[in-house]
Write a protein that binds this ligand. Structure first.
Ligand code: PAF
Length: 283
């Protein structure tokens, strides 16, 4: 695996590969790699001639009171993991190369950035869209892979690619889960032993909602109430939102008569966790 720090060098390598008709698969990450990332990279590896992974803890997607400084960083371990899944290139730029003094251009994907996590993390999705756009210009991928745990992020990037005619295919990958159902996330390592014991309730609450839809419950409020009730079994969990939205528009649905996204964000102690479930009503 070749490690590249310079955006210009990465861009030159990628441009050369594309000219010689290589397909480039790309997995953008913030490091602290886990099984979720590895499954994205394995899919990327299989479907493309060249697999590029980036690691960049993007300062502009963190709010002033969020965890940018303490976000887990584990480059030596990440490199080993990337070797084990045969990534070809690791792109690890420095913050001052990506956002030099005087930087001022941002990308906003308007409506899709407003609901769900957007309400609680102002500016977050603008930071994500901006860095992903920059990375796309540097890595020039044929295909880019995003985890469904961050469904809103995936949807926003897909919209950005369509709106701006980007020649890249945006592909979703299923959420990796621990054996007890907890969605794998770099932030899980912030949980104390006790908080970790309570964390599986997050996925269990989604399944509870899913069961009701399967039983033909059509009222979103009934599902929300059941999910909230399940989450309230833990005194350590505080709920940020539980929403049932249309998977394309992310607008709350009035009635469940087609596939919906049940999405939530909670805090367990100081750790913010998100998860979601795509639910199809029984026919
Ligand atoms: O999902 C992430 O890890 C980040 O939001 C991403 C897509 C790498 C952009 O910084």
């Amino acid at each position: 695996m070749k490690i590249i720090q310079s955006p210009q060098e990465m861009q030159e390598i990628s441009a050369g590969l594309r000219i010689s008709k290589n397909t480039i698969g790309f997995v953008p990450t913030m490091g602290a790699l886990h099984q979720g990332h590895l499954s994205l990279i394995q899919k990327c590896r299989k479907e493309n001639d060249t697999a590029v992974v980036s690691i960049f803890v993007n300062p502009i997607q963190f709010g002033p009171s969020e965890d940018y400084q303490k976000y887990p960083r584990s480059l030596p371990q990440d490199k080993k993991l990337l070797e084990s899944v045969s990534a070809d290139f690791l792109f690890v730029p420095e913050a001052n190369e990506m956002f030099p003094f005087g930087y001022q251009t941002k990308i906003t994907v308007e409506s899709l950035s407003a609901p769900l996590c957007g309400k609680f993390r102002p500016g977050h999705f603008q930071g994500v869209a901006t860095i992903v756009m920059k990375l796309f210009h540097i890595v020039i991928p044929t295909r880019a892979y995003f985890g469904e745990k961050d469904y809103q992020q995936f949807r926003i990037i897909k919209q950005m690619a369509a709106d701006l005619n980007l020649p890249v295919e945006i592909l979703p990958c299923p959420t990796a889960r621990e054996p007890d159902g907890l969605a794998v996330s770099s932030r899980n390592q912030y949980l104390s032993a006790l908080e970790r014991k309570h964390a599986p309730l997050v996925y269990q609450s989604l399944l509870e909602g899913g069961k009701l839809v399967e039983k033909k419950e059509k009222k979103p409020e009934v599902i929300r109430t059941a999910v909230i009730k399940k989450l309230q079994e833990s005194s350590l969990i505080s709920i940020e939102y539980v929403e049932i939205v249309h998977p394309e528009t992310l607008v709350p649905v009035r009635e469940i008569d087609e596939t919906v996204l049940l999405a939530l964000a909670v805090r367990i102690g100081k750790t913010r966790l998100i998860d979601n479930l795509m639910i199809q009503p029984a026919s």
